[in-house]
Design a protein around this ligand. Structure first.
Ligand code: GLN
Length: 496
């Protein structure tokens, strides 16, 4: 098979070709490894912070044990790109931060080991916003990632390296994390599929934490079938993460061709051209693509329900930007120069060493979040900020519960704009935070949501988000699959 043919295969197709003997796992790995290596550090798209040196050894014919766990299993050695913040034993795991420069964890995150245990091979670690804080990948200590659709544009964030790598054909698929939108928004801006699972469906063990009550790992893939395949291997209880849960059913390959009987709720709060007073609404080009996709859904038999309401969704961003920084300020207290990565030189005493290390090691956005979070949790302000934000969170979860009595799934644009220019929003944190307007409510409610590409605006991809009740992933994937087939989006133009 030529390299071009190999790169054209989805992860599921590649696994199938290997199983059928038409392609070797080594050949597949080497094709991607060579491509990924051109985009490592600040070369090319800067998608990767680390790329594996060699393809894993070929098992000898008839020798099932050769090659170790990574070659067995149903994934047949398909290469996997992994967001930097997943601990991977002996491999740099820096969460996009200078404070973790050179950190080599002694263990591997469960999400990663589940996939390698099923036969995936670790291809590389992907660039990301520092500690997953951001929507453009410009907060990485390792430089920004470029969007393969247009290199003057951001890929979205914080899983920007993962999204750009998949869109550019530098990895068949990738693992990301989503706290307030970091899988779905970069998937939308790069024209691929991104799924944030139900909170607790995937173990967080070994993920360098941002906001523990929100962080979830999930797939970034070329198509919905690959998202289902990866999710199938990710889910399940892990005794090392007390918040992880047994998934109530197996994740199956999606197969729906129609949407008959499916009621799609279009909440006006998240689909209007005004996002509630902060000035920037949802872009017209995004709304046009979104509306066209809804018409396709209707042709497939879905019922569009415009009367569904999420009355508290307008307050989701405000609550998120209290809660996530509060949790982050606590999670990041461990980076003190003693246990991991960077330690500042020349300190006069212990406190000075802590202070200098954190001063030198954290970037501006991380410092902003630590200050916000520390303030929101301080005595005297705790009830006014953190307590109130928690109550808003409960209201939002209740809104969704009520909505799902009226409809099966909620549908919105994933992001209010297409990929914006590098540097366009870096000076205005509030404008940057608005990127998460449509994705944060689902994160606060802990429910699953998927973004699929639904068209182009100004030559750049637009994402459509589908959300469902907790553990409705199979239904969500089925609906996304039917819609994906009908929309027939061509993402191959972004391959480098
Ligand atoms: N962009 C959001 C933030 O900066 C969400 C990030 C995420 O989901 N990790 O917090």
């Amino acid at each position: 098979m030529s390299d071009l043919d190999i790169i054209g295969l989805s992860a599921a197709e590649a696994a199938g070709e290997i199983a059928a003997g038409a392609l070797s796992a080594g050949e597949l790995f080497e094709a991607y490894r060579a491509r990924a290596a051109e985009h490592v550090a600040e070369a090319g798209l800067n998608c990767f912070t680390w790329v594996a040196d060699d393809a894993p050894a070929e098992p000898a014919p008839g020798d099932d044990a050769a090659g170790g766990a990574s070659r067995g299993g149903t994934l047949h050695g398909v290469p996997l790109a992994v967001k930097d913040l997943f601990c991977t034993v002996g491999v740099p795991s820096q969460s996009g931060s200078k404070i973790l420069e050179g950190y080599l964890p002694p263990y591997t995150a469960t999400a990663v080991s589940r996939l390698t245990g099923a036969g995936a091979s670790l291809l590389g670690k992907t660039n990301q916003d520092e500690f997953a804080m951001g929507s453009s990948n410009e907060n990485s200590a390792y430089g920004p990632v470029l969007n393969p659709w247009n290199r003057e544009r951001v890929p979205g964030g914080s899983s920007g390296g993962s999204a750009a790598a998949v869109a550019a054909g530098l990895a068949p698929w990738a693992l990301g994390t989503d706290t307030g939108g970091s899988i779905r928004q970069p998937a939308a801006l790069c024209g691929i599929v991104g799924l944030k699972p139900t909170y607790g469906a995937v173990s967080r063990y070994g993920m360098i934490a941002f906001a523990s009550s929100l962080d979830q790992a999930g797939p970034l893939t070329r198509d919905v079938t690959d998202a289902a395949l990866m999710l199938r291997h990710l889910v399940g209880h892990d005794e090392r993460d007390a918040t992880s849960l047994a998934f109530p059913e197996e994740i199956g390959p999606p197969s729906a061709e129609r949407l008959e009987g499916i009621r799609l709720g279009v909440p006006k709060e998240l689909t209007g051209d005004s996002t509630g007073g902060d000035g920037e609404g949802i872009e017209e080009g995004v709304l046009d693509s979104f509306r066209a996709a809804l018409s396709r859904a209707e042709e497939l038999g879905a019922t569009i329900v415009e009367s569904v309401q999420l009355p508290h969704a307008l307050h989701a961003l405000s609550a998120y930007y209290v809660l996530a920084p509060a949790e982050a300020s606590s999670n990041l207290a461990r980076f003190d120069g003693v246990r991991y990565g960077l330690r500042a030189e020349g300190a006069k005493d212990l406190l000075d060493m802590y202070t200098r290390t954190r001063h030198d090691g954290f970037g501006a956005e991380v410092k902003r979040r630590i200050m916000l979070g520390t303030y929101a949790l301080s005595s005297g302000y705790y009830d006014a900020y953190y307590g109130r934000a928690q109550r808003v969170r409960t209201k939002i979860a209740e809104d969704f519960r009520a909505a799902f009595e009226q409809v099966d799934l909620i549908v919105t644009p994933t992001a209010p704009t297409v990929a914006f220019k590098l540097g366009e929003k870096t000076a205005d944190p509030l404008a940057m935070y608005l990127n998460d307007f449509c994705t944060v409510p689902m994160s606060l409610a802990g429910i699953p949501a998927i973004s699929i590409p639904c068209g182009l605006s100004e030559g750049l991809p637009v994402g459509l988000q589908l959300a469902g009740p907790a553990f409705s992933e199979n239904r969500l994937l089925d609906a996304a699959y039917a819609l994906e087939r009908a929309l027939d989006f061509d993402g191959s133009q972004a391959r480098v």
